[in-house]
Ligand binder design. Structure first.
Ligand code: HEM
Length: 286
């Protein structure tokens, strides 16, 4: 019997590759979450361009965007899954891998639906520069996410993903992790953001970030300027304070916002079938 359409088999294959003791903090989960987010976060609601359909990061125009530096590792980690289940599209695989990783690291269940295409529609290709720049401030963060169709509450909920993973000097120029346990999903990011004292620090490469040096643990934690921006704007801050105190509210809002992120640019009929997939005009197939 053909395995086609058995997404449980894909989930299982993804789960099996998450733990990798040699990689970063022992899990490839965080970089898979970032791959899923960057595949979708190019979306522009006004022109209906960008988004996860087409898995454009396979190609230089999008894959070579400096904002996507390092995500080739995530894509390579997923190649054995694609090889074992060749029927799955890359766009479904990358988005599902992010959701599976979040759940496996203790996060909420994300309502993920299949049906994305690997057809690349030239008229839907996003220009570079649509993903957020960590060195910037409140207006930039709000503009980028409003363009995708998110409100302040959703922006802050999504930002809670920085509970996971770390920055790498050779990828973004920033360095370090946001929380002590970067492979366990929780609301620790919001608690640390509100409760610790953060000081600006210029790294040797000239990049400015914010640091807290925990003397007991002898372990420095970091925040991006865009993370600090969530504290300096009242519309963002009210949600930061809520999520720092209410883990259940954060989990529920994050699950909704991440599911919405994964669906950007995907049009479905009443049965949930994608209607803008294999009938794309002017597209080409990998
Ligand atoms: C990592 C920026 C929003 C998930 C990073 C890194 C930067 C960054 C600079 C470090 C990359 C590296 O050096 O490897 C931003 C900015 C955002 C934003 C400026 C918005 C203003 C998000 C959102 C999500 C997310 C919405 C998911 C919902 C992640 C994850 C990592 C990460 C999981 C860790 C990756 C790893 O460990 O390799 N982000 N991000 N980020 N980001 Fe974001």
């Amino acid at each position: 019997m053909s395995e086609r359409g058995n997404y449980e088999a894909i989930r299982k294959s993804i789960l099996e590759l998450l733990d990798q003791p040699e990689y970063d903090d022992g899990s490839v989960g965080p970089v898979l979450v970032r791959l899923a987010w960057h595949s979708a976060g190019t979306y522009d609601a006004e022109t209906d361009t960008g988004g996860s359909n087409g898995a454009g990061m396979r190609y230089e125009a999008e894959g070579g965007d400096p904002a996507n530096a390092g995500l080739q590792h995530a894509r390579v980690f997923l190649e054995p899954v694609k090889a074992a289940h060749p029927w799955v599209t890359y766009s479904d695989l990358w988005t599902l891998a992010g959701c599976v990783a979040i759940e496996a690291m203790g996060g909420p269940k994300i309502n993920w639906l299949p049906g994305r295409t690997d057809f690349v529609d030239d008229s839907k290709l996003p220009p570079r520069g649509r993903l957020p720049d960590g060195a910037k401030g409140v207006d930039h963060v709000r503009n980028v996410f409003t363009r995708m169709g998110f409100n302040d509450q959703e922006i802050v909920a999504l930002s809670g993903a920085h509970n996971l993973g770390r920055c790498h000097t050779d990828r973004s120029g920033f360095e370090g992790k946001w929380v002590h346990s970067p492979t366990r999903f929780s609301n620790q990011y919001f608690r640390l953001l509100t409760r610790l004292e953060w000081k600006p620090k210029k790294l040797n490469n000239g990049v400015l970030q914010f640091v807290h040096v925990d003397e007991d643990l002898d372990e420095g934690l970091m925040m991006l300027p865009t993370d600090m921006a969530l504290l300096s704007d009242p519309g963002f801050k009210e949600w930061v304070l809520l999520y720092a105190d209410d883990k259940a509210a954060f989990y529920a809002d994050f699950a909704n916002a991440f599911a919405k992120l994964m669906e950007l640019g995907i049009q479905r009929d009443a049965q949930g079938k994608v209607v803008n997939s294999d009938n794309l005009k002017g597209g080409y197939h990998s």
